[in-house]
Design a protein around this ligand. Structure first.
Ligand code: NAD
Length: 404
């Protein structure tokens, strides 16, 4: 299912830059697909660690704990990570891991056992110069801490750069927590400078009020932008004069959802169809599809979530003059933050937060501008332009290695 989108985007890129059959075959092949059964207290769980392409460097990508994890999904996510890392200019290939499990119904002790078993199953394929995991859906810094500990216990040496998104006490990186939203916000402001709109003309709706969505909304609020609607899994709220984001956050923390905040109630579908300038998608995949694309009124969409707009919907939006800033560009701040953590761990350097914030900003601006210029030059949507750049860099590395 998900991998279908991968083939569609490759076909589109191929039509524009003329990929050879050999190049397509390299892009569709996987360096390593490892699948194991993890056993915890007699219960069996299927687990994967998959490296898509490693021509640019070690595999890099998160580990997902979710009941719907499948090989098709992990492969697609690994492919996306190759594209995101390549586009961001990082020295990484793409990888992803997953365990088919429902962590919401598990005790902390069992989660720790699963995390340690995952490392026992895959440790020979992991390492700071081999393949470097990080958190993804339903995994967090604590899980990374258990995984690092298990890895170092097996290897008998310290190697903090084998995993990122770690707790600060285990050489995590302070700016990592907000780096996805920060990167997305840099992209938003860069885009604003291109379209020449003033702050007071802008209205923003944010779908998803978690790490990515809330922090984006907070950055926007802090700089005086009007965030007129936000939502979470229970529904949304709207106020045409702008929501007080810190107050909404307080209510969500105390009562569990943004819908408890005193404002007009809207559904998630209504939020997607609001007449705002910017729609920020920061929840789930497949939110804008061929079924609702014709109802979207926003002129600009920024994808902080992975895969929230389907390929077909992207094209339909482009044909209507709606710009989608694609996930592999807009949410790359997360993996850039991880790269800083890895670089500190590998070199033993400790960089100042201000310096890293500035580096993140510069990298996001540079990447956005590369994609923006190419989309104008080739007269294609931003997603296609982003993939063209990412694919070229991977193929250049393949050629330089003599594999192509
Ligand atoms: P999170 O769990 O912190 O937040 C997700 C939010 O989405 C929650 O507020 C949840 O209530 C809301 N949500 C769930 N279903 C919804 C629905 N149907 N409608 C509206 N809201 C809904 O997760 P996150 O870390 O913020 O990640 C969000 C997305 O961003 C995911 O696609 C993730 O893969 C992507 N992403 C996150 C990072 C990161 O560093 N956090 C990096 C790259 C990509």
């Amino acid at each position: 299912m998900v991998f279908e989108n991968v083939s569609k985007i490759l076909n589109r890129v191929s039509k524009i830059i003329g990929l050879s059959e050999e190049e397509i075959s390299i892009l569709l092949s996987f360096k390593r697909i490892s699948k194991k059964e993890i056993v915890v207290d007699g219960e069996k769980y299927t687990a994967w660690r998959i490296v898509h392409n490693d021509s640019l460097g070690p595999g890099k990508g998160g580990i997902r704990f979710h009941p719907n994890v499948s090989e098709d999904e992990v492969k697609s996510l690994a492919f996306w990570m190759s594209m995101k890392n390549s586009l961001a200019g990082l020295p990484y290939g793409g990888a992803k891991g997953g365990v088919k499990i429902n962590p919401k119904i598990m005790s902390k002790e069992d989660l720790e056992k699963v995390s340690r078993e995952f490392i026992r199953a895959f440790h020979e394929f992991l390492g700071e110069d081999i393949d470097v995991p990080a958190p993804d859906v339903y995994t967090n810094p604590q899980i990374m801490g258990w995984m690092l500990d298990e890895y170092e216990r097996i290897k008998g040496r310290h190697e903090p750069g084998m995993i990122t998104g770690k707790p600060l006490a285990l050489q995590g990186c302070k700016i990592r927590g907000k780096s996805t939203a920060k990167g997305g916000f840099v992209v938003f402001k860069e885009l604003l400078s291109k379209i020449g709109k003033n702050k007071d003309e802008i209205t923003i709706a944010v779908q998803g009020f978690g790490n990515a969505g809330y922090n984006f909304a907070q950055f926007a609020y802090d700089e005086g932008f009007k965030v007129v609607a936000v939502s979470d899994s229970k529904g949304g709220i709207a106020n045409s004069s702008g929501l007080n984001i810190p107050e909404v956050k307080k209510v969500k923390d105390e009562k569990g959802s943004v819908v408890e905040y005193n404002a007009d109630k809207i559904s998630n579908e209504e939020l997607l169809e609001m007449d705002v300038n910017f729609l920020i998608l920061a929840a789930l995949e497949n939110q804008i599809t061929k079924d609702n694309v014709s109802k979207v009124k926003s002129r600009y969409i920024i994808e902080l979530a992975n895969g929230p707009t389907t390929f077909d919907a992207t094209i339909a939006l482009y044909e209507r003059g709606v710009m989608v800033v694609p996930d592999i560009l807009a949410n790359a701040g997360g993996v850039i933050g991880s790269y800083f953590e890895w670089a500190q761990n590998k070199t033993g350097n400790i960089f100042e937060d201000d310096y890293l914030e500035k580096r993140l900003e510069d990298m996001m601006k540079r990447n956005f501008n590369k994609v923006y210029e190419l989309h104008l030059e080739k007269k294609v949507d931003m997603r296609t332009a982003a993939y063209i750049i990412a694919i070229k860099r991977i193929l250049d590395a393949e050629r330089a290695r003599g594999r192509l």
